[in-house]
Design a binder for this molecule. Structure first.
Ligand SMILES: [Zn+2]
Length: 298
């Protein structure tokens, strides 16, 4: 059986925020999983995959219940808003959609102006059994690269107001609140709507966990990202990158530069060590302290 509805909340200004939800109730009883697409509304691969998952899955093939949030941040989807903050009303609806589930998949990727090398964030919540399941889910997703992330309190205040790179100070996730395994696939980039890697990965995780019939593809253990670098702009300017995601660079490799309108070089960006380009801004304008590129070693 399939069911659809909107969760809804009204913010302090009286604006309604909605979240379209589809529930697939399997023919066989079992556990419950929540899949979120579009917490960031310009990350399309996850939205495509979530909608396809709901549209194409036959409840006869399902054990348990699959809850799908098709557009978790509808306002950012419909208004093309990049890097949209998760408003309290959205966080509250996410909590409602995930409560009662034993697992969470929260699909992300590169925004319109971001290139992203596919990888998956595996949340560590301080519970060995839950973390082992999350690692199993990360392996089943099949992208082969995992980043471990653990909430450890809020960052010290920064005079500029900037939050440090997310892996240094990740925010508390639903998994921390609910004490259940959660993975965050980072798949897709620059408006790419190809959902094959995301959709195929989710299907394989659902098979691995027993929600869908059929054997899961047994991928090798993923590489875990170790050291990493988050490079930002020293000052406002126009950014000219010369590398691309997935590219392996060595210490000192020229990655790009920031110029003013007339050609004067304001900043030369070089690789701080041997690493792989994981994620980068391709938008021309950059602000002081704005994100340029992040590199990881694995
Ligand atoms: Zn995102």
């Amino acid at each position: 059986m399939k069911e659809t509805y909107f969760l809804s909340r009204t913010d302090a200004e009286g604006n309604e925020r909605r979240m379209p939800i589809g529930i697939i109730k399997g023919a066989t009883p079992g556990e419950r999983i929540t899949v979120f697409g579009g917490q960031h509304g310009t990350e399309y691969a996850g939205i495509e995959a979530a909608m396809r998952l709901f549209r194409e899955t036959d409840p006869a093939d399902v054990s348990g219940t699959i809850v799908v949030s098709m557009a978790t941040h509808e306002e950012s989807l419909m208004n093309w808003i990049q890097f949209a903050p998760t408003h309290p009303e959205i966080a509250d609806m996410m909590l409602e959609a995930a409560t009662g589930s034993q697992y969470i998949i929260n699909c992300h990727g590169g925004e319109f102006t971001e290139e992203m090398h596919p990888y998956v964030i595996c949340r560590l919540i301080g519970d060995e059994a839950a973390e082992a399941v999350a690692m199993r889910m990360a392996r089943a997703l099949g992208v082969g690269i995992v980043s471990l992330s653990k909430y450890r309190g809020e960052p010290p205040p920064d005079p500029s107001g900037a939050r440090p790179a997310w892996w240094l100070w990740p925010k508390k996730g639903l998994c921390d609140k609910l004490g259940i395994p959660e993975i965050t696939p980072e798949i897709g980039q620059v408006g790419d709507r190809d959902d094959l890697l995301m959709y195929g990965g989710i299907i394989n995780v659902l098979k691995e966990l027993g929600f869908l019939k059929g054997p899961a593809i047994q991928h090798p253990e993923p590489n875990v990202i170790g050291d990493r670098w988050w490079l930002t702009a020293n000052q406002e300017g126009i950014y000219f990158p010369v590398v691309t995601v997935g590219q392996e660079v060595t210490k000192g490799t020229f990655l790009g530069e920031i110029r003013d309108y007339f050609g004067t070089v304001l900043q030369t960006v070089e690789a701080p060590d041997d690493a792989t380009v994981m994620n980068m801004n391709i938008g021309m304008p950059v602000k002081k302290d704005g994100f340029l590129i992040w590199l990881g070693q694995f």
